[in-house]
Design a protein around this ligand. Structure first.
Ligand code: PGA
Length: 253
């Protein structure tokens, strides 16, 4: 049985005092997690060190929302894998559609970041997903295949085994419009098959593939019950402890 990973992407929400409040509420709501379920919270950079301290002894992992592809240097505004690790991060979200859309991130750049994260010992949550236009044109499969090939290029099998893939249809992010469980399952199967082609079936069967896009307490159980859906990347609903913990509980219903 694959572990289920529920990650909360806080995006650009929560300053330090709000971080303190939300982490305290999450720890109170979820002193332990269901069996075979892991959870990661991904606050903005300025909150990472504080969240890392506050999460010590809790069942939650810490993750960042982005990272530089470089080790160090004159890269104003950037943050390295080593810096993230020093705050307690063990995960990092890479290639989120908002990074692709607003900051021009390409599959090639996301791949460079993923390889850097892995070599530093971080587990990347690598995001892929089609736009509404691409879905309506019927090219979802091709788009996902191209993204997967690009973002996973040259990642060795032992590193791939530690990587998480998040399928996030762009049209479902922050829109309240979720993919149906069948739509999610279909694309997750395409992704797992691609991983099997690029590596092998044994590895593909172990990879955690999360779904993201308007996951809420009332739709989480159904989406997560699909065979190839092994977790969720949650935006809006992770900003409140009650809704995020309800999604975590839904993972093993
Ligand atoms: P959402 O965001 O749950 O608010 O749709 C998901 C994401 O962007 O990771």
């Amino acid at each position: 049985m694959r572990t289920i990973i529920i990650a909360g992407n806080w995006k650009m929400y929560k300053d330090l005092s709000e971080t303190r409040e939300l982490v305290a509420a999450l720890k109170a709501a979820m002193p332990s997690l269901p069996e075979h379920v892991e959870s990661v919270i991904c606050p903005p950079y300025p909150s990472l060190a504080l969240a890392g301290e506050l999460l010590k002894g809790s069942p939650f992992h810490l993750g960042a929302q982005n990272m530089s592809q470089h080790d160090e240097g004159a890269y104003t505004g950037e943050v390295s894998a080593k810096m993230l690790k020093a705050t307690g991060c063990t995960f990092v979200i890479l290639g989120h559609s908002e990074r692709r859309q607003y900051y021009g991130e390409t599959n090639e750049l996301i791949n460079a970041k993923a390889r850097k994260a892995l070599s530093a010992g971080l587990r990347p949550i690598i995001c892929v997903g089609e736009t509404l236009d691409e879905r309506e044109k019927g090219v979802t499969g091709e788009v996902i295949t191209t993204q997967i090939k690009g973002v996973l290029a040259s990642i060795p099998p032992q590193d791939m085994a530690r990587s998480v893939i998040a399928y996030e249809p762009v049209w479902a992010i922050g829109t309240g419009r979720t993919a149906t469980p069948q739509q999610a399952q279909e694309v997750h199967q395409v992704i797992r098959k691609m991983v099997a082609q690029l590596y092998d079936w044994a590895l593909a069967e172990r990879i955690v593939i999360q779904y993201g896009g308007s996951v809420k307490p009332d739709n989480a159980a159904e989406i997560l019950s699909q065979n190839d859906v092994d977790g969720a990347l949650v935006g809006g609903a992770c900003l409140k402890a009650d809704s995020f913990s309800a999604i975590i509980r839904a993972a093993r219903q």
